[in-house]
Design a protein around this ligand. Structure first.
Ligand SMILES: Cc1cc2nc3c(=O)[nH]c(=O)nc-3n(C[C@H](O)[C@H](O)[C@H](O)COP(=O)(O)OP(=O)(O)OC[C@H]3O[C@@H](n4cnc5c(N)ncnc54)[C@H](O)[C@@H]3O)c2cc1C
Length: 222
């Protein structure tokens, strides 16, 4: 948005804009939020804030940018299961549970998700039942968040959850630098291109610290 909408085009070279517009965004998310009428029973699985698991023998065939994996009868890719109310009991009524099931998916348009979202949500429940026994019988609230909703509520390009895709061609290729080529314009957050690649909140927060240092350094040198 900054380069394409907020900065007057006269300050941007064609070379830069071409390079910038070539950057690929990372995957988006499909999230099923559930409210359960009792605490989820996860058997002997270790209790943690997030359980990521895959029922495939190898996850190396998994490509979250390929929508094809959602077409099989059963979802057999890694899913992320989170129980927020297990760690903060204000997040659900007494003895009830909140749960979120997430899949990383490519951005597809609204029509695609309207047609497919219920079916994908049902498959997610089947897969999560591997870990939470009797899950489907305890669901009293069900809300689906698609990449289109993520785009709408985060303003992230293509509903990306973590910014640019961590591709070898993009990691260490510094297109969006913290100190920009425009005087007094600094960037922080997940859209800064970093040597480490983009990795969510911790790295976004770290760029805040680095950005503050860069601004202080510039001021002190004046
Ligand atoms: C569903 C989901 C789950 C995630 N889970 C995890 C996780 O488990 N762990 C993890 O580390 N990361 C996770 N992430 C990624 C993490 O949330 C982001 O990497 C991080 O929030 C990026 O921080 P940011 O400051 O760059 O951007 P944001 O947190 O998006 O902040 C940008 C802010 O700018 C505001 N803004 C936008 N445009 C304008 C404008 N024109 N004027 C004024 N304000 C504006 C927005 O309202 C927003 O408040 C998740 C992301 C999503 C979407």
């Amino acid at each position: 948005m900054v380069f394409n909408e907020l900065i007057n085009r006269q300050y941007l070279t064609n070379d830069f804009m071409e390079e910038f517009n070539r950057l690929k965004t990372g995957v988006s998310g499909f999230i099923l939020f559930l409210g359960l009428d009792k605490k989820a029973y996860i058997g002997t699985s270790p209790l943690s804030y997030i359980i990521s698991y895959c029922n495939k023998s190898s996850i190396y065939d998994y490509d979250p940018t390929d929508i094809g994996y959602l077409n099989s009868k059963e979802i057999s890719c890694p899913i992320h299961l989170v129980l927020p109310s297990r760690f903060d009991d204000t997040l659900a009524p007494y003895n009830k549970e909140s749960m979120a099931l997430t899949l990383f998916v490519p951005y597809m348009n609204e029509a695609f998700w309207q047609e497919r979202k219920e079916e994908i949500a049902n498959k997610l429940i089947v897969r999560a039942s591997d870990v939470v026994s009797g899950l489907s019988k305890t669901i009293i609230v069900r809300n689906i968040v698609t990449p289109v909703s993520l785009k709408k509520y985060t303003s992230n390009k293509n509903g990306s959850t973590h910014g640019w895709a961590p591709l070898i061609s993009q990691v260490g290729h510094f297109v969006v630098k913290q100190k920009s080529f425009i005087d007094k314009l600094f960037f922080v957050g997940q859209w800064v291109t970093l040597r480490s690649g983009e990795s969510g909140l911790p790295v976004a927060a770290y760029t805040g610290k680095l950005g503050a240092k860069l601004i202080l350094k510039e001021r002190l040198n004046k």
